[in-house]
Design a protein around this ligand. Structure first.
Ligand SMILES: C=CC1=C(C)c2cc3[nH]c(cc4nc(cc5[nH]c(cc1n2)c(C)c5CCC(=O)O)C(CCC(=O)O)=C4C)c(C)c3C=C
Ligand code: FE2
Ligand code: FE2
Length: 366
């Protein structure tokens, strides 16, 4: 945790307006100084790439009703007996091909930690020690429950919970929030909790995406003819049942195009990572890029605006599977535009969003 200190001797603790109870009794447990916590939340990550680590991770992930909403009696036998007997091998192989071997962890974890460090640095400059910053995962470690409890022990009576998904989706944003509130359900003294809304149209987020495109196009040996904005997909039924994810993705693409000043055909939206037998929102990126090659497009670029960090879905699925599909169908150059990761303009966008959402909870440093 960054900036986490406990301060049982802090003179503010018992002062009027400090929001703390006055305890003169010497046998009262020490009370930490009141702070505001900023908790960045990402999807999750397996602890390792072996069969059992992958199985544990996928089982937790795919048993989440926000992700797969079938009744347990129908889904669990299929998941536990069929899907989890095979998928951990395939997913383990995908994770192994992108694993951060130096730190022995997934790139999503490495990047989320670095983003947290950078955001903490920024907030320290803005607010000093009033604010502490940490990160958690919805599945796997560090768990949402453990980090919220740690923040509370360190004095956070208020927590700003920030799911790092630019577009709201019930299988990502909503389940991250659910998990945070599940922890609050177990606490005698709950911290106040604010959740940060989706930022799919935030001007600084869009500008940061545009910067990555400009940089990739400048560096490309041959200028791409088309940019495919490839978002993680969801079942089409989720859209029909009211999930705004699909619409927010379309809007991000439009705002990116307008910021770049490009014609409509220059950016196309597609959806990747289909899972299960249901119809998903489309077009599917892997088929779409092959179609582009068959239509004679030789040079394309792909960007992934729904992921705040590069992860298995970008580094393996886009950079390997989707690239191969394009080249095998006759394409010649495939440019991958990396996620925003720990870029300065991304961190500045996150800081601007956090600053706005902290309104009334902190006062700027003199
Ligand atoms: C960015 C938004 C995401 C949405 C929407 C989303 C929906 C969704 N995902 C699955 C199933 C899987 N997703 C997997 C990995 C994964 N998904 C996201 C993001 C979204 N998912 C990320 C960032 C990652 C990568 C995590 C990492 O550690 O790098 C996986 C695991 C990988 C694999 O086995 O292929 C699965 C499974 C569903 C079913 C779904 C919508 C209902
Ligand atoms: Fe996913
Ligand atoms: Fe995938």
């Amino acid at each position: 945790m960054t900036n986490a200190t406990t301060d049982s001797a802090n003179p503010d603790m018992n002062s009027p307006g400090s929001g703390r109870l006055a305890h003169a009794d010497s046998d009262h447990p020490p009370v930490p100084r009141a702070r505001v916590g900023v908790l960045l939340a990402n999807l999750g990550t397996p602890d390792a790439t072996d069969y059992w680590s992958m199985r544990r991770y996928l089982s937790e992930f795919l048993s989440d009703k926000r992700v797969v909403d079938y009744a347990d009696w129908k889904w669990q036998p299929l998941l536990q007996l069929i899907i989890l007997s095979r998928r951990p091998f395939k997913s383990g192989e995908a994770y192994r091909s992108i694993w951060n071997t130096e730190k022995d962890e997934s790139p999503l974890l490495t990047t989320t930690r670095e983003q947290t460090r950078r955001v903490a640095e920024g907030l320290q400059a803005m607010y000093g020690d009033q604010v502490m910053v940490d990160f958690c995962m919805r599945y796997g470690n560090p768990s949402t429950d453990s980090v919220i409890k740690r923040m509370q022990t360190a004095g956070c009576e208020k927590i700003l919970f920030f799911p790092l998904y630019p577009q709201y989706a019930s299988p990502t944003t909503a389940t991250a929030n659910d998990q945070a509130f599940r922890t609050l359900m177990t606490l005698k003294w709950q911290p106040a909790l604010r959740t940060v809304p989706a930022y799919f149209d935030h001007p600084q987020y869009i500008e940061a995406l545009a910067n990555t495109v400009r940089e990739a196009y400048t560096a490309a040996a041959t200028p791409p003819e088309v940019l495919v904005a490839s978002y993680h997909g969801v079942p089409k039924r989720y859209l029909l049942e009211g999930d705004p994810y699909h619409c927010q993705c379309q809007k991000t693409t439009r705002l990116l195009r307008e910021t770049l000043g490009w014609e409509k055909e220059a950016i196309q939206t597609a959806f990747q990572s289909k899972f299960g037998p249901e119809e998903w929102v489309g077009p599917a990126t892997v088929e779409h890029v092959a179609d582009l090659a068959r239509q004679g497009k030789k040079h394309i670029a792909v960007i992934s605006p729904a992921f705040s960090s590069d992860c298995v879905e970008t580094l393996e699925e886009i950079e390997e599977e989707i690239r191969d599909a394009f080249l095998e169908a006759g394409g010649e150059t495939f440019t991958y535009v990396p996620c925003l990761n720990e870029r300065d303009d991304h961190i500045d966008a996150l800081l601007a969003i956090i600053d706005n959402e902290l309104s009334g909870w902190v006062s700027p440093r003199a």
